[in-house]
Each structure stands twice: as structure tokens, then as C-alpha cells.
Write a protein that binds this ligand. Sequence first.
Ligand code: IPM
Ligand code: MN
Length: 345
Amino acid sequence: MSTGTNKRRIAVIGGDGIGPEVCAEALKVVAAAGVDLATTAFDLGASRYQRDGSVLPDAVLEELRGYDAILLGAVGPPVGDTSVPPGTLERGLLLRLRFELDLYVNLRPFAGVPGSIAQGADFVVIRENTEGTYAGEGGFLRRGTPHEVATQGSVNTRMGVERCVRFAFELADRRPAHHLTLVHKTNVLTFAGDLWNRTVTEVSPEFPDVTWDYNHVDAACIYLVEQPRRYDVIVTDNLFGDILTDLAGAVSGGIGFAASANLNPARTGPSLFEPVHGAAHDIAGKGVANPLAAIHSAALMLDHLGESDAAGRILKALSEQSDTMTISTDPLSTTAVGDAIAERL
Ligand code: IPM
Ligand code: MN
């Protein structure tokens, strides 16, 4: 348990829509678990951009580097609001934080809730988080003309792939099933796929207790729906990981349950924890947003900060609570779910 003298300093980016509501429940549960955090709110996201045009000022980025961790709710304008051009917050805020803070692992755990397609499944997707098509390589030639060319390359470095693969093996080694699945598209993406496959093959002897196999990403989409229990740890590139984790969330009970940890395992800066879901302006302020993903993300944050006892208690309470919230359950109020978890601690 933290003492008053070594309180962890947490930057909280509540963001837009339901972001602040779900963050508040996450912080409520952390406090109920007995961890005393020193939180500082940062005003970033669509509403900040609409107000003064700033996305992530350099000075704010530098300030964020000094925190122990960052908890983020959700950022983005309402659907159909064109005042924030596409990519502004994605590239300018979320991806900039991932790249600048070297958050090279995006860890997304899934446990199927009762009644979901993936009921009984328990797996983690390790998504590479700083490279691939997200790196921003490419550009236009002759834009706006009939001879326009647009390219968007996929950047895969041996260093970037290997550190992510090694993290995934280490995780699989600690889990009971000891199994890793590489997901890619090696039959078509023969350059990047070859690098990924060779890296997994070459790292695997360091983990003799971990078995591993390979799935093409299109086949993995079928398996996630038809046999999700086959998975333990999945490791994959940035774009495949983005798509697969939305599917994994959907089959596990809904994206409202999906948590994520954007990790800098080398600890050269703070890691960032956020629910996978977006700002959901349509339900914002109604008190019906599911806060479980944000609470789970906060538990991942505590675990990363060495508060593994509190994290474990929150995870246990979360799983008990999720078991009562089948996919057919009427929406509970956001604060009632936070309170129910806090009471279980
Ligand atoms: C996610 C989101 C982001 C991504 C967007 C908002 C940039 O979809 O965290 O999965 O594509 O990584
Ligand atoms: Mn996504």
C-alpha cells in the first residue's frame, strides 16, 4: 500500500464524452483498494482542440514525461462533428503519446463474459504499438489529380518486433497455458511476415516451456468467433492488433469491457492506460456508460506500478461483477457499477 510520502503521481486525461465519467469510477475503485494516488487532471482531447486549437503542446508532453503513469478515458468528437479533422487527435495526441513515450506494447486482455461468444475464453493480445502502418511512412504524389498516388508503408524493425515478441513470450511463460500464437499474413506480406516469423522462431528457444503456433489474420478472425478458447497470448503487428482487438472485444461481451495498457516495459517514461472504447457521446452524461474497461485499465496501471496486491483484488472483484453482468443485462448505472466493485474489495 502507498504511504503519503511516496504517492504515485498519475496524469489523468479524462478526455471527451464518457471519458471523464469512466475515469472517475476507475479512480474511485483504486481509492477503495487502498491505493492513495496523487492525480493531476490534463485537459486534452476534442473539446480542448475546439476551444483553443491545441492537441498536445510540447510543454504538456514534457510535463507528462515526469508522471509515474497516465490514465486516459477517451478522446474524440461526436460522430458526424467535422470540426476536428480526421487524424487530428489520433495522430496528434494518441499516437504521438505512444511514439514519444515509446509505449511499444499494447496489452489487451479478454475474458468472455457469461452469454458472450467467448464465454470461458481468457487470452491477451500483445499488439506492437509503435511501428507497422501506424508509423506514418508514405505520402502523396500528384494529389487531387487523375494520376494521384498514395502510399502508406508498413515499418517493421527487427528491434521493434523483437522487443514486442520477447514481451509476449515472457507473458506466456508466466501464464498457466504457456502458449503463444503469432498472427500475421505471411502468405502475402512476405517481407514483414518473414521478419515477424523469423523473430518468433529465433526467440522461441529462450522459452522452452512456451509452445507457439501461427495463424493467418483472416483465419484468426474465424477462430476468434468459432473457437476463442484456443488462444492464450496472441502477438501481432499494430494494424492487425487494432482490428483483432475490436473483434475480440465484441465476442467477449462488448467493447465496454475491453481494457488496454500501452506499456513502456523499459520504463524510460510513464506508461498509459485506457479503455479500448471511444468517447461514445451518444450516451455521455446519461450515467449509463460501462466503466468496467476503465476500472480494468486502472488495475493494469496499479500492477505496472508494483501495486500487484491491489491490482489482483480489483481484477477479482471485476470478474465477479462481470459474471453478474451478462450481455443481456439491462445497463446498470455507471456509478452503481463503480460502487459495486468498490464494495467487493
Ligand atoms: C485503438 C484506437 C486507436 C488505434 C485510434 C483511435 C488511433 O482505435 O486504440 O485501438 O487505432 O490504435
Ligand atoms: Mn482500435
